[in-house]
Design a protein around this ligand. Structure first.
Ligand code: 8YV
Length: 312
């Protein structure tokens, strides 16, 4: 009988749903696969993966009958798809269902950083308002010049929201899109030079590592703000930290980091940076939809139907 291996930090409802639908074994981490008895590993035909640690040849070697890795998440940079494809293993992800939430968070980070919401709340809680103080002035955001790097499904949702804020929308992506009223830049440095805020909505992985480079950050300049909801790897994090500390970049709103969850402690000392613990898609509704889409892909694979959202 074929077995599903669900790997990752599944909540109770997700785990119950997986166990109700499949002959399923749940592991917390990918490095626990090696500890399974060989006779169990040899029955595993599909993995439901939820995590950001690498899942590659080492794990695939341990699962000789693996045919599908169904990722929980739109970003599948943790999975070595090249190795999977070479072995005839299909990979699926969970696109679209999280676009709104991730775009909402990007806007929230932008507002929170520019309008100093965290500082103003802390100031108020500390009794400063009650004792007669007046909180200082923040920065106007509506109507500003903004840029989106990566105009995929999530990038477009962010740009649509920014347009509703009456912003002048610029973008950079591999090719120019059908976007009346928005300005395309073939070069990310040119984009950064044209705007004050850069929203990063790139796909993660080796091709986009450090894409928001030292040069892009320098072009953004001392009034510039970076909002990143994609992957920490898409931005040259060391260059960004240097620029933030030196006042060569005005601020950042970040949901993702190079070394999650042990993020660089330099971020903690920067008052011009707002941080979130990678929660772009973390709402009850969206996570339920992502989990359901992952299960639907697993079910399709087991019944020989077309996969819903294949990536290879
Ligand atoms: C994660 C994400 O999937 O979809 C993505 O690419 O980064 C997130 O939604 C989530 O953190 C579960 O690992």
């Amino acid at each position: 009988m074929s077995k599903i291996l669900a790997i990752g930090n599944y909540n109770d409802a997700e785990r119950k749903a997986l166990e109700a639908q499949f002959d399923c074994l749940v592991l917390a981490r990918e490095d626990e696969v090696a500890g399974l008895p060989q006779e169990v590993r040899e029955t595993v035909t599909a993995v439901g993966y939820k995590g950001h640690h690498g899942f590659g040849a080492e794990q695939m070697d341990l699962l000789p009958t693996l045919g599908l890795i169904a990722n929980y998440g739109v970003g599948y940079d943790a999975i070595d798809t090249r190795t999977a494809s070479a072995r005839g293993i299909k990979v699926t992800n969970t696109p679209d269902v999280l676009n709104d939430d991730v775009a909402d968070l990007a806007i929230a980070l932008w507002l929170m950083q520019g309008r100093e919401l965290e500082q103003a709340a802390t100031w108020t809680r500390a009794g400063n308002w009650a004792s007669g103080g007046t909180y200082g002035l923040a920065r106007k955001l509506s109507g500003g010049k903004v840029g989106v790097v990566g105009l995929g499904r999530i990038g477009r949702e962010i740009a649509d929201r920014l347009a509703a804020f009456k912003c002048e929308v610029h973008y950079h992506s591999r090719s120019e899109k059908e976007t009346p009223g928005w300005t395309y830049h073939a070069d990310p440095v040119d984009l950064a030079a044209a705007v004050d805020v850069l929203f990063v909505a790139l796909v993660g992985g080796p091709e986009t590592e450090g894409y928001v480079s030292k040069e892009v950050i320098a072009a953004l300049g001392s009034r510039g703000v970076i909002v990143n909801i994609s992957r920490g790897s898409t931005v040259d994090e060391a260059a960004m930290l240097d620029a933030l500390e030196a006042g060569e970049l005005a601020g950042a709103g970040l949901d993702v980091f190079v070394n999650e969850p042990d993020i660089d402690p330099r971020f903690f000392d920067l008052p011009n940076v707002v941080i979130q613990p990678h929660v772009g898609s973390a709402t009850v509704e969206t996570r339920a939809a992502m989990a359901a889409l992952q299960r639907d892909n697993l079910q399709a694979f087991l019944t020989g139907a077309d996969l819903l959202t294949p990536v290879n």
